[in-house]
Design a protein around this ligand. Structure first.
Ligand code: BG6
Length: 492
């Protein structure tokens, strides 16, 4: 085994899927609070008004970390966590997004969380924006479509970087920043209220009439512009953070997936290359190398996309490059020019099924080798430290009468992925940390379900928020504890 002794073993969460307490202590609604419960078959819906009589909104209660944080952190410490990935809910700090003063209760909550982590020697890894935006900014500015949102984000960042100086070292500016151009849903990642599609998972349309195509084109143009604003905001935040504390480490976060050509037809290979550039490298090339890549010009030309650059944007991007690269990794897919092939589900991406891979209960293909491949590809390209900040198996666990949970399938999944990471380290990759997703059960982003569980720790609550919210240790809890204790040696 090749994990160094200072390897950052841990787990990951996000505020809107984990904290609950959606309207407590001065917090107002974020864009995530407007999504209803969905399922594998039914997309989550966006509702403009929050109508709790008619719909269930999973983010409102989630796993109630807000009221359980001490107990939760003690459990993470018991597993031996070195790092804990969490996000800050912007609306706890600035409830409207453009308030004059921050909300002191929100600031205090996260300070308490960081102090609790510090007590156990756990390093926080903080995502500044994870799939939520103050709803007020979506209404007032159409979210990230406006440059005004950049100013609000920077004010929020400044508050975080000054308030939590000395308590946090690692920051991620945006979760899965490339998701804005992946899911086909500008509202979800960009808070763009004028997007024509706001229900999650509505990315697949078979019969496109002309009206739909023109709407989709308008959406695409909006998404690339909103993404440009996020990239500028990210670069400015990196620069600001380094000015406030030279010790701050800032990372990008990319939704990662490995793609294979379905056949050895040269056309399939070319398609893989095009997709990888346009979907994955596009954002990280800008965030790591500091400039728009040349290959995107052709894509923009062919899709009639024109990004309005302001005077200093190019300099801003050049001067705000990240210190480390992070990504999420769950599954892989195939790519082909043959449109008759079976599609497969995945994290934000619908690829073509790979006959050599098994699928999870939610239809995501399981592929540890793809992780090793991805790590090598990224390190070859960027030569900066890498963390895998999301990975795991979403499965419907069974709580036994004696409150045990036998999740061998999750242990198998994680073991294989840890082995793949160790191979990648042997290959020469500078991998510094691993935070598997949803270390304590939380709400699934794509469906809003609680039963799609990823955790080492079970939270006793169902899809509709019914339950005791008690925490129970799964078999994987004891297993991961041994993995961490042995620095990745003991994977049995
Ligand atoms: C990533 C997101 O896309 O995948 C997380 O960053 C999300 O927020 C995770 O929860 C897993 O997806 P899902 O839909 O199973 O929750």
């Amino acid at each position: 085994m090749s994990f160094p002794n200072d390897f950052l073993w841990g787990g990951a969460t996000a505020a809107n899927q984990f904290e609950g307490a959606w309207n407590e202590d001065g917090k107002l609604d974020s864009t995530a609070d407007h999504f209803t419960l969905g399922s594998r078959k039914e997309p989550r819906l966006f509702t403009y008004d929050i109508d709790q009589d008619k719909y269930f909104y999973p983010a409102h209660k989630a796993s109630d970390f807000y009221h359980h944080y001490k107990q939760d952190i003690a459990l993470l410490a018991e597993m031996g966590f070195k790092i804990f990935r969490m996000s800050i809910n912007w609306t706890r700090i600035y409830p409207n997004g453009d308030d004059e003063q921050p909300n002191s209760k929100g600031i205090e909550f996260y300070r308490n969380v960081f102090l609790e982590l510090k007590k156990y020697g756990i390093e926080p890894l903080v995502t500044i924006s994870h799939y939520e935006l103050p709803f007020h900014l979506a209404e007032k500015y159409d979210g990230w479509l406006s440059r005004k949102t950049i100013d609000c984000y920077l004010k929020y960042c400044q508050t975080l970087f000054t308030e939590y100086k000395g308590l946090v070292k690692y920051w991620l500016t945006f979760n899965e920043i490339n998701s804005l151009i992946l899911g086909g849903n500008g509202y979800f990642s960009g808070g763009i209220l004028s997007s024509s599609s706001k229900d999650m998972g509505a990315g697949i349309v078979d019969d496109l009439d002309e009206f739909t195509i023109s709407k989709q084109h308008q959406d695409l143009v909006k998404q690339y512009l909103a993404l440009h604003h996020q990239l500028v905001a990210s670069a400015l935040a990196v620069k600001m953070a380094h000015e406030i504390d030279q010790g701050y480490q800032l990372g990008c976060m990319i939704a990662g997936i490995t793609q294979y050509p379905l056949t050895c037809r040269p056309e399939d290979m070319l398609l893989v290359q095009r997709e990888r550039r346009n979907i994955f490298y596009y954002c990280s090339d800008i965030q790591v190398k500091g400039e728009y890549p040349k290959y995107i010009d052709r894509f923009f030309k062919e899709n009639d996309i024109h990004i309005e650059f302001e005077d200093h944007d190019r300099d801003i991007l050049k001067n705000g490059t990240v210190d480390f690269y992070t990504f999420s990794y769950y599954s892989t897919g195939c790519v082909t020019t043959d449109t008759t092939q079976d599609k497969t589900a995945g994290n934000l991406i619908f690829g073509v099924s790979n006959p050599y891979l098994e699928k999870s209960q939610w239809g995501w293909q399981i592929d540890p080798h793809g992780l090793r491949y991805f790590l090598n590809e990224i390190y070859d390209r960027y030569h900066i430290p890498i963390m895998v900040v999301e990975n795991g198996l979403g499965q419907d666990d069974k709580l036994e009468e004696d409150k045990s949970i036998h999740d061998d399938y999750r242990i198998d999944y994680l073991r294989e992925h840890i082995l793949a990471m160790s191979e990648a380290i042997e290959d020469g990759v500078d991998l510094i940390g691993y935070t598997p997703w949803g270390c304590i059960d939380l709400v699934a982003a794509s469906t809003g379900e609680m039963k799609k569980r990823y955790g080492f720790i079970y939270v006793d609550v169902d899809d509709y928020g019914n339950g005791t919210y008690q925490r129970y240790k799964k078999d994987s809890f004891y297993w991961y504890k041994k993995v961490i204790e042995s620095h990745g040696e003991n994977l049995k």
